[in-house]
Design a binder for this molecule. Sequence first.
Ligand code: TYM
Length: 345
Amino acid sequence: MIAFGRPSTDPSVKERVFSGIQPTGELHIGNYFGAVINYIRLQEEYECIYSIVDYHAITVDHDPKLLPAKVLAMAADLLACGLDPDKAILFVQSHVPEHTELAWIFNCLTSFGDLTRMTQFKEKAKQQEFVSAGLFDYPVLQAADILLYRASKVPVGEDQLQHLELARRIARRFNSRFGEFFPEVEPILSEAPRVMSPAEPTMKMSKSLGEKHYIGVMEPEASIYEKVKTAVTDVGPRGPEMSPGVANLFLILKLSADSRLYDELEEEYRTGKLKYVRLKEAVFESLMGVLRPIQARRRELERDLGGVKQVLEAGAARAREIAQENMREIRRLIGVGLESFNPGR
Ligand code: TYM
């Protein structure tokens, strides 16, 4: 059992890690290098809980016929990347209804003003014809995801930092009103907290921008080759600072190549000798070195999607146990429900 409030000082108690990912149907290398790589690393050391957040996915227009397949595909993608269900819990958010229950409680502790300042809401709202209250409330559900498990470490990309700051505020407000219960939430960033679009390197790699703006982890080699080959590099003459496009290629190289090759190409860049064709060839080859084994595992999992579903069911059962225990305490602290109330005579 983790002690109330702050993470336990007992070294035998593992701190809890939580993260969530939307079932977009396809993982891209921004997700992988920005967050998933840390999911895998952290499962060796911590008690890790990872969720495919389908209730977040329905905050914008979605196709109900496609969503279940996308959820399963995301689970298979994560397992192919190395998430190990013997070490970490993997489950679907809607399978644990306590997430939405806690979100409601947190709604009552979140100010309207705080939510209007969320930059991701402002960006996403611009892309929607119909802006739902769910989209506005999205970060509150995210805070509930994390705090339901009293997790303190959250591996994410840079775009999630503002949401985590809000989760900290909500937890502090709860603790000061009702008693210390939630730990301080701390983001864990990778070496690549913001991978950019190859076609428009001033913008974050993202599926919603369109095909050419992301490289899928499971994408066919020929198509990845094309995207790397046509990636934007320098527009105009080379300045003392790397352009965003070149910096992005070097970032991908850093994460996928051995450090000797990286250093060699960086030196060539600094001395003005580097040809971008060579940089792109190196990026493509190194990246495929990382992706090929993942793609091979993914093909195997595609033949056993029933097994993937079972992993999610077992994960939900484990998550629910923790969630139910914490929710009982949360309800008691805020005075909701009569479970622990004894009216006497
Ligand atoms: P989502 O599904 O958009 O992305 C999943 C993870 O990938 C990271 N990421 C990136 N990292 C680097 N470069 C990029 N271009 C890039 N694009 C995406 C994201 O930062 C994220 O870590 N709101 C979350 C899901 C969520 C969640 C949570 C996360 C719901 N509840 C609780 C943490 C804790 C989201 O939409 O992620």
